[in-house]
Ligand binder design. Structure first.
Ligand code: TNX
Length: 500
């Protein structure tokens, strides 16, 4: 064994008891392998963290998390002999780690996280946060961990109700605890347009000034979006901006009536139900608009993906819809980004790189699995498992139920590679948990719908299928409540979970 504190070799660790192993069974998502050893590491007022070159920001994160969770002022600038070690090891580590995996070794005298990349160290820190029980102690043992899928996303709908930059950051923070690495921002819809587009200022000055229920709405400046993107990056999350078209454009045609074929005045949409307006697909100026909007969306995030919507374009026939999807993909590709679209776009000629997001479990389209067999990649967000806006139970005060009621076990009991029959497993790039906000008026509402189901979807995206077991998951989930209390995440006390 190498010296955890970089000096003398460690003595061999004595194997842990069943109780020691149980003490490590509190991590969500379930890690790849866990071995318990005898002993416990205790964080104290003088504990210090040492970071290897490049790992300094993660040491600062860990110190800040520990301060928030435990009140202890742990130093992030410990020397090479500090008991807590964060080690960036770009070569020569376990090849299974990839960029997001890590190894955590806890001994009674030391804690060491090793990873090939800063993202892996960050995820290891999330595991450690969950293991620091209420008494600031961590059971000794070894955890080796890496994700099943590279895409593990959440989506926040900031169009139906507007969320401040501070609220968006809080949502990102809560998702980071469960190793989510993609943040999909649904920026435009019937009820509001939140993305500043320099060529079309009324999109935000007019189209931004509404939301469901008639409230004031709002929009993000380029600086606001940069703040969100930078914050997400500090949580090892990539932002995917979405501009939804050719349907779900109520706010756009309210701002610029000439974008619709009828040219009539379109009032602000403040209802829950969609307006079923459409961009005018036969007008060439529509595509100038599409180019301007995609350019602004691409400038909003440096990430490789740009979501172009494409759902529920009820006002168009299939020829009009398919023709629009083709041109919108070209507009996205022209910005250098990879297009992502809701699964309806499977009927159109797709660029080879376009990724589809599967959602509508109530009306599965055969074209989706067919596209996947031809090589199109899929993000799995099945409405009846992964939609965080669906009610937990009939009568639940928040949420809709078009896809059915989604209990915690329903959110957990699915496999991305079998959820849509006919899809080759290699087509699946990962999972996403969307939170549509027609009924979601505040960060507290958002958290109440997301917790505890977001951790369930996160585990589906991260953990190996052999670990799948609801009872065992529910036990680990119940142990998260103390941490949620300490960091201020609101949640629904589902009776399916043994809260402790
Ligand atoms: C369907 S999911 C929609 C959204 C709604 C959602 C409510 C999707 C691509 N379209 O516009 O907000 O249902 O659950």
């Amino acid at each position: 064994a190498s010296g955890a504190a970089g000096t003398a070799p460690d003595p061999p660790a004595a194997p842990g008891s069943a109780a020691d192993l149980a003490a490590l069974q509190r991590v969500v998502p379930q890690p790849t392998t866990i071995t318990a050893n005898a002993g416990v590491f205790a964080f104290g007022a003088t504990t210090a963290i040492h970071a290897s070159a490049g790992a300094e920001p993660i040491a600062a994160d860990l110190a800040a998390y520990l301060k928030q969770q435990t009140g202890l002022a742990v130093s992030a600038n410990g020397g090479a002999d500090a008991p807590v070690q964060l080690v960036l090891q770009p070569t020569g580590g376990d090849p299974e780690w990839g960029t997001e995996g890590y190894k955590l070794v806890v001994r009674s005298t030391s804690v060491k996280i090793t990873a090939a990349d800063a993202a892996g160290l960050f995820h290891g820190v999330q595991t450690l946060r969950q293991l620091v029980a209420g008494d600031n102690k961590v059971q000794a043992g070894v955890i080796s961990d890496h994700p099943r899928f590279g895409y593990r996303g959440v989506m926040l709908d900031v169009a139906r109700h507007f969320y401040s930059v501070a609220d968006v950051k809080s949502y990102i923070d809560a998702a980071a605890l469960y190793k989510i690495n993609e943040f999909h921002l649904h920026l435009t819809d019937d009820q509001g347009w939140r993305l500043t587009v320099p060529d079309y200022p009324k999109l935000t000055s007019v189209g931004g000034a509404s939301q469901v229920g008639g409230g004031a709405g709002g929009s993000y400046s380029a600086a606001d979006l940069k703040a969100i993107v930078d914050y997400a990056a500090s949580r090892y999350m990539t932002v995917i901006p979405e501009v939804d078209m050719p349907g779900h454009v109520g706010a756009a045609v309210h701002s610029y009536p000439e974008l619709a074929c009828d040219g009539r005045k379109h009032g602000a949409v403040t209802t829950v139900s969609p307006a079923y307006d459409s961009l005018c697909t036969k007008s060439e100026s529509t595509y100038g608009f599409v180019d301007s909007v995609m350019k602004a969306a691409a400038e909003a995030s440096p990430g490789p993906l740009l979501h172009m919507g494409g759902d529920e374009a009820q006002a168009l026939n299939l020829t009009q819809y398919n023709g629009f999807v083709k041109r919108a993909q070209d507009a996205v590709a022209g910005t250098g980004r990879t297009p992502v679209a809701w699964a309806e776009a499977a009927t159109a000629p797709l660029l080879p790189q376009t990724i589809l997001e599967y959602w509508d479990t109530a009306h599965p389209l055969p074209a989706v699995a067919q596209a996947a067999t031809r090589g199109t990649k899929l993000i799995m967000a099945p409405g009846d498992h992964a939609y965080l806006d669906q009610q937990y139970t009939p009568g639940f005060p928040l949420g809709l139920h078009w896809a059915g009621y989604t209990s915690v076990s329903k959110a957990y009991d699915w496999d991305p590679v079998t959820v849509l029959p006919g899809v080759p497993p290699t087509a699946v790039v990962g999972v996403e948990a969307p939170l549509w906000s027609e009924t979601v008026k505040s960060l507290a509402d958002a958290e109440t719908l997301a917790f505890p189901r977001l951790p369930a979807v996160a585990e589906i995206g991260w953990s190996a299928p052999v670990t799948h077991d609801f009872k065992q998951f529910a036990g680990r989930l119940g142990k998260q409540a103390g941490l949620w209390g300490r960091v201020g995440i609101r949640f629904y006390r589902s009776p399916e979970v043994p809260w402790s």
